[in-house]
Ligand binder design. Structure first.
Ligand SMILES: [Mg+2]
Length: 294
């Protein structure tokens, strides 16, 4: 029998998995796998377990939120043997990446899709030696976005939510940055930046622009300049809300390599989790690094 490692965070998404576990394992067993189920015991445990599993399994399936998925792919990137296919059963609250990949929110349906087995190879990002699935970000919205519950965002709607984030202009922290990406070099004060490979970030669809491809070797860069007047603030709102319209305050381009330097430490998030503070970050794309089953 083929071997499958099922790593799940038992507390993700209010512990919903508890009532589905038997059905999920049964689905994998029926499709020909000997299943090892492993509930993560603490933060980073998923990373350790999957690191140790180098070369031992034909498939790794994980269930949890963005943090769990980040641990699992980061560990898989350390494997010396051929990386097995990855299955993902989303269980967190936002699940941007699952939305982008079209993975069902229903856990049993997601498990069924994994058993059916269509492989899609997607690009993974690396920032200063740490991997990320779909987004590295700093500044204003990154923080607000992840701390705002999905139901609040649903009620407020996309526009109201952004306006809410921009309301207290006096609290906006700006960073003077030097940005280099292949032939592009930019300097200026920015309040937000995001390097993403997802059509949905922080529960907001389309924020990274249009034509997002997960396997093109390119990530989308979104940079928001510091507003110095109400007009500029308006231009930011318009620039973020419109996926296509050019705004002088919002810069968008695609890259496979970018270096962002600041004169002070900038706090980053990776897949919505703490990404530490850095004065210099270097981000590259590892093309088609992970084979996910969708
Ligand atoms: Mg891409």
């Amino acid at each position: 029998m083929k071997k499958l490692l099922f790593v799940y965070n038992p507390y993700s998404g209010k512990g919903l998995i508890k009532n589905k576990l038997m059905d999920i394992i049964d689905i994998f067993t029926k499709s020909g796998y000997m299943v090892t189920a492993y509930p993560t015991q603490c933060a980073k445990d998923g990373y350790d377990k999957v690191s140790e599993a180098d070369g031992m399994y034909d498939m790794i399936v994980c269930s949890g939120g963005d943090g769990t998925l980040n641990e699992v792919i980061s560990a898989m990137m350390t494997h010396k043997a051929d990386r097995p296919a990855l299955g993902y059963i989303p269980a967190g609250s936002t699940n941007d990446f699952a939305t982008t990949l079209g993975i069902p929110k229903n856990m049993i349906k997601a498990a069924g899709k994994i058993a059916a087995g269509h492989i899609f190879s997607y690009d993974v990002g690396i920032m200063n030696g740490r991997y990320f699935n779909y987004v590295a970000a700093f500044g204003l919205f990154s923080d607000v976005s992840y701390k705002t519950p999905q139901n609040v965002k649903n009620v407020l709607g996309h526009q109201a939510y952004i306006l809410e984030s921009l309301k207290s202009l006096s609290n906006i922290k700006s960073f003077y940055l030097t940005i280099q990406s292949n032939d592009i070099e930019i300097k200026g004060s920015y309040i937000y930046g995001m390097i993403s490979n997802s059509s949905s970030v922080g529960g907001m669809k389309g924020i990274s622009g249009t034509n997002v491809e997960l396997d093109d070797g390119l990530f989308e860069v979104t940079l928001v300049r510091e507003p110095l007047s109400p007009l500029e603030l308006q231009q930011i709102v318009a620039g973020i809300l419109s996926k296509t319209q050019k705004s002088p305050m919002v810069e968008r381009f695609k890259t496979n390599h970018i270096v962002i330097e600041s004169d002070k430490e900038v706090e980053w998030t990776l897949d919505g989790e703490n990404g530490d503070s850095h004065e210099r970050v270097e981000i590259s794309v590892v093309e088609k690094a992970i084979d996910i089953v969708i």
